[in-house]
Write a protein that binds this ligand. Structure first.
Ligand SMILES: C[C@@]1(CC(=O)O)c2cc3[nH]c(cc4nc(cc5[nH]c(cc(n2)[C@H]1CCC(=O)O)[C@@](C)(CC(=O)O)[C@@H]5CCC(=O)O)C(CC(=O)O)=C4CCC(=O)O)c(CCC(=O)O)c3CC(=O)O
Ligand SMILES: NC(=O)C1=CN([C@@H]2O[C@H](COP(=O)(O)OP(=O)(O)OC[C@H]3O[C@@H](n4cnc5c(N)ncnc54)[C@H](O)[C@@H]3O)[C@@H](O)[C@H]2O)C=CC1
Length: 208
């Protein structure tokens, strides 16, 4: 398996099963595209999410009826607690070319990762399905360790464009950017005062 960053605009995502896990998966896609949750009951966690609901008892639906629901979908998530139902949806998705994520049952062709995000970056973490708790653990570590990453990216972007005008040698530009990334004092300053961090970077590495 390999990671891809997807633009889901205009693609339909379906979540089968509206329990706590279905609600978490729905929240994952909520701001990206149109999401419909199909279930016979709906968790309170779904309240306030911008998702459509469709009430249905999946075990009483024929394959033909399920195919009708899946028609035109880009990705489906099976999140009922019944692996038989989930796997059945997976089989139909495979036939129809719909991407499939299985929250409980035989793995589909998509894994939902843990995500660390800022306005300038996106990190997706997976253990290839072996230990979701480790994915979450790693996400929390990264969030704590790199709380100022957004500001470092801003600083790198700024210095990088300054260097392009003033430093003709590419290796030298790269060396300076790495120096800034490796400077603990600049990271420390970024936590509270961007302009001080920026000043330090310029003084130490651009006018050296
Ligand atoms: C394969 C995968 C399929 C998929 O859903 O795509 C899957 C499967 C299963 N997870 C289960 C349990 C837990 N899942 C979590 C948490 C998350 N699970 C997520 C993804 C994935 N979970 C995919 C693999 C990801 C990877 O490759 O690492 C995350 C990353 C994303 C998200 O869901 O949003 C999200 C963390 C988000 C965050 O906080 O950053 C926790 C921890 C917690 O909640 O504290 C627990 C309890 C502890 C534990 O069991 O580890 C069980 C039931 C096991 C049982 O019955 O005992 C199954 C089914 C099974 O294993 O059969
Ligand atoms: N992939 C993941 O990240 C995780 C997966 N799990 C597993 O995911 C499964 C779901 O967990 P929860 O959401 O906590 O369970 P839950 O029991 O709270 O929710 C299941 C939902 O599926 C619906 N449902 C079940 N059978 C149905 C049917 N025949 N027709 C229509 N709707 C139906 C129920 O109405 C309910 O809304 C469990 O097997 C759990 O072990 C658990 C934790 C994380």
């Amino acid at each position: 398996m390999i990671p891809l960053m997807l633009d889901l605009t205009g693609r339909r995502v379906l979540i089968f099963g509206g329990g706590d896990v279905g609600a978490r998966k729905a929240a994952y896609f909520e701001h990206e595209t149109e999401v419909t949750v199909i279930s016979r009951s709906f968790s309170p966690d779904l309240e306030g999410l911008a998702v459509q609901r469709q009430e249905a008892d999946l075990s009483s639906l024929t394959d033909e009826a399920l195919r009708g629901i899946l028609q035109g979908a880009f990705l489906a998530v099976a999140a009922t607690q019944d692996p038989v139902i989930n796997n059945r949806i997976g089989k139909l998705c495979a036939e129809m070319g719909v991407l499939f994520n299985n929250a409980a049952g035989e793995p589909g062709d998509v894994i939902i990762p843990s995500i660390v995000r800022g306005s300038n970056y996106l990190v997706a973490i997976s253990t290839r399905g072996k230990s979701p708790a480790v994915s979450r653990y790693l996400r929390e570590k990264l969030e704590a360790e790199y709380a100022d990453l957004d500001r470092m990216i801003d600083l790198q972007e700024e210095v990088r464009s300054m260097l392009k005008k003033t430093e003709p040698v590419q290796e030298e530009r790269s060396r300076i950017l790495w120096k800034i990334l490796s400077d603990d004092e600049i990271w420390e300053a970024l936590a509270s005062d961007y302009s001080r961090a920026r000043g330090l970077a310029i003084k130490r590495y651009l006018h050296a």
